[in-house]
Design a protein around this ligand. Structure first.
Ligand SMILES: *Cc1c(COP(=O)(O)O)cnc(C)c1O
Length: 410
């Protein structure tokens, strides 16, 4: 709040498409999809229509002892779209709860199966899985973690492949294999952000790592949790990033962010028959007890169904593949700018490092971008674009031109 004395909050009055409008008539192109959640623009007519209809039908009902149409339909459709074998859905209200659910469910699975010592987790260097205590314990981003470290369980870190730091796929996989070789008896699961680590600065790695990690975890009897909270719903070029690995499904798939097109908080953890069966028991304590008041909220589920309709009706994944190519061409003048290092792209995510002497780069850039009618949120010196999929080529050109101006001043 102290910093906002010099950099006031931007009060937003309304949104339309890729644009946000403030009360003074200024507009901002939402180049980061409002923290990676918006897929099809603000005030999307189709999502709005579905929500209007749902409002007049059923606002909310508890999901204990009751069920409702949107949650049943969403569960069936997600199971059909996800990597094969993930036929069971558990709902939460945000990404961090999805992480908590997957961690708890993995631990509880092993406990029910007679392996109570399997309670450790492994994550990758630079991982981000949310900021509640369990999720933060598998997160490796110092700014979020360090203050609360005394409250967190200790978990293991293994290297994330990163071509920029010379960490190859084979080397990272060998480190995972060596770690699990020693600690599989006390390890419940490995948790990964498939293909792109978002919050630590858009680290992009090859799908081959996921294939190897799947084989290694399976060989050591350790679960694999794929945190697709950011990468899911078309962001990396396929509906789910995991598809690019061509490997058997993970044991848990965590979804949130884009699931409702950026409209309402919702998360979902998909899992297998094998995991489900471990909880199927007369004894309630062996069941998975994890409750949130708004679990499976009908409005949020209905928004998610509208999002899936758009994916189907507009063949969004195929359209995005072409869009990504066109955008990549439009962004060439940015990629080749003299201040740009390590320009990289995965599907609908573009990222690069800015070679600048400014210590205050993130704040300076955010503020400079507002003047240029852009919403940008650098992570350190990493600048990235994660636009809604409905951005037009003209809007992308405007973005590219303004980015060049900002880079000139950086
Ligand atoms: C955003 C994010 C989360 C946390 O989601 P919240 O809804 O912010 O709690 C977890 N994992 C990944 C990969 C994310 O990008």
């Amino acid at each position: 709040m102290k910093q906002h004395e010099t950099l006031p909050l931007v009060p937003i009055a309304r949104g339309a498409g890729a644009w946000l409008y403030d009360f003074d008539g200024n507009r901002y192109l939402d180049a980061v999809s409002s923290w990676w959640v918006n897929l099809f623009g603000h005030a999307n007519a189709r999502i709005n229509a579905a929500l209007h209809d749902q409002l007049d039908t059923l606002d909310h009902v508890m999901l204990a002892g009751f069920t409702h149409r949107p949650v049943v339909e969403l569960s069936e459709r997600l199971a059909a779209l996800a990597p094969a074998g993930l036929g069971h859905a558990f709902y939460g209200s945000d990404g961090a709860s999805a992480t908590e659910i997957a961690l708890k469910m993995s631990f509880h699975y092993w406990r029910n199966r007679g392996f109570p010592d399997k309670r450790g987790f492994v994550s990758l260097t630079g991982s981000y899985h949310g900021e509640t205590l369990g999720a933060l314990a598998v997160t490796d981003v110092a700014i979020f973690r360090d203050t609360y470290a005394p409250l967190l369980n200790t978990n293991a870190l293994v290297p994330c492949p990163d071509p920029r730091r010379g960490i190859g796929i084979e080397e990272a996989a060998a480190a995972l294999d060596a770690h699990l070789g020693r600690h599989h008896a006390t390890t419940a699961a490995l948790i990964v952000e498939p293909l792109v680590q978002g919050a630590s600065g858009m680290v992009m790695y090859d799908p081959e790592y996921l294939t190897l990690a799947r084989a290694i975890t399976a060989a050591h009897g350790v679960h694999l949790i794929a945190d697709e909270i950011m990468t899911g719903f078309g962001r990396t070029g396929t509906l789910f990033a995991w598809e690019q690995a061509g490997a058997p499904a993970p044991d848990f798939l965590c979804l949130s962010k884009g699931i409702t097109g950026g409209y309402l908080p919702l998360s979902c953890v998909l899992t297998t028959d094998e995991v489900y069966a471990a909880f199927y028991d007369d004894d309630v304590a062996r069941g998975f007890l994890h409750s949130h008041s708004y679990t499976g909220n009908p409005l949020a589920c209905r928004a998610a169904l509208a999002v899936l309709d758009i994916f189907r009706d507009d063949d969004v994944v195929a359209a995005n593949r072409e869009r990504a190519q066109r955008w990549s061409a439009i962004l060439t003048p940015v990629a080749t700018h003299s201040r740009v290092r390590d320009f990289r792209q995965r599907g609908m995510i573009f990222a690069w490092e800015v070679d600048t002497m400014r210590d205050d780069f993130p704040r300076w850039c955010f503020s400079r971008a507002l003047e240029a009618e852009l919403l940008l949120r650098p992570i350190g010196r990493t600048l990235y674009l994660m636009p809604p999929y409905i951005v037009t080529d003209d809007e992308m050109s405007l973005l590219a031109n303004r980015l060049r101006m900002i880079l000139d001043d950086a």
